[in-house]
Write a protein that binds this ligand. Sequence first.
Ligand SMILES: [Mg+2]
Length: 410
Amino acid sequence: MKIVDIRATTVTVPLEAPLRHSNGAHWGRFVRTIVEVEADNGLIGLGEMGGGGESAEAAFRALLPYLKGHDPFQLEALRFKIANPTASLYNNRTQLLAAIEFGCLDLVGQQLGVSVAELLGGRIRDEVPFASYLFFRYAAEGHAEIRTPEQLVEHARSLRAAHGFGVHKLKGGVFPPGHELECYRALADEFPEDRLRYDPNAVLSLAEALRFGKAIEGLNNDYLEDPVWGLEGLRSVREQVRVPLATNTVVVNFEQLASNVLRRAADVVLLDTTFWGGVRPCLKAAGVCETFQLGVAVHSSGELGIQLATMLHLGAVLPNLTYAADAHYHQLRDDVIEGGKLAYSGGAIAVPTGPGLGVRLDRERVARYAELYRELGGYPYDRDPGRPGWYAQVPNERFADPTVSGNITL
Ligand SMILES: [Mg+2]
């Protein structure tokens, strides 16, 4: 089997409502680049990449001269052909590599008639549990604003009822830590049996992180995720707070993983199939984590069904996945795969069983959402439409005002 073409299509899929985060917002939609890796036998392997609200079409087109004629089975060679570590000092293609790896795994699985989970060692679970991923949100058609503890709890209650979540993740770093602590405690009060995690995307000062961490020590926490920036910052928090620390920001490659093993700063590593350069590097990293008794979880970078499938196949084969995975997925209004969005049941999503990734493109939906991208263009992920002129600093001291309704018109 040989690669004959690489096609990329940018799509915009609407979210229920604009999602606020510590660096800005998702402006009511996700912009994703869908990749099709075509082989000489007519099979098409699917990949997907995000990119902070922008298209990556041109970057994928530029890879064709490197990969025309490449055998998709040659997955280690693929890494060195487009992302060897020294060339990557100039041309960092880690995330592009990830999308191409997804496509190659999909091709190999289809060629052999087995799912990606089977290729990766065989599934040890048929479904992957997920956390509800709770954001502060601006109001949008059919969806009210989420800013206060009451609004947040109401939202979590309806998600729990609809999808069966037993783990809740609060994405913070938007409002002053005192307000977000009140929100987190309200979740703990409402769902005493459920587990919780808080992630302010590394914007707290060390002092605020210590205050927040100590205040939640008695709650049913999975972990405190990236309260401050950097391995040294996390290590300082870890020395004084009795809650496991997690990161998806500063352990995203093997050098950083080695540092974290030698001098532990994070107890849990959130594996991201994009950030790490594919599904297989995540599996290798999980093996290191298993050896050193680090926890692993699955990070969400705002995926549609193709990348979600990579997360499901990864989750299916990880023996040490003891935490529910993260996904923004329930925030989406639709998907580009056949049959529409994959369904949650009992807080979990079934691992696809078909050959390869087990998901196929719905051409009508791809065309519709490619048109929506052409209409709306990209969006600045690191800006907040409700706070003109504001930009995030780390640590941040200029939080949004929780007493002011932040309704916007996009
Ligand atoms: Mg995070």
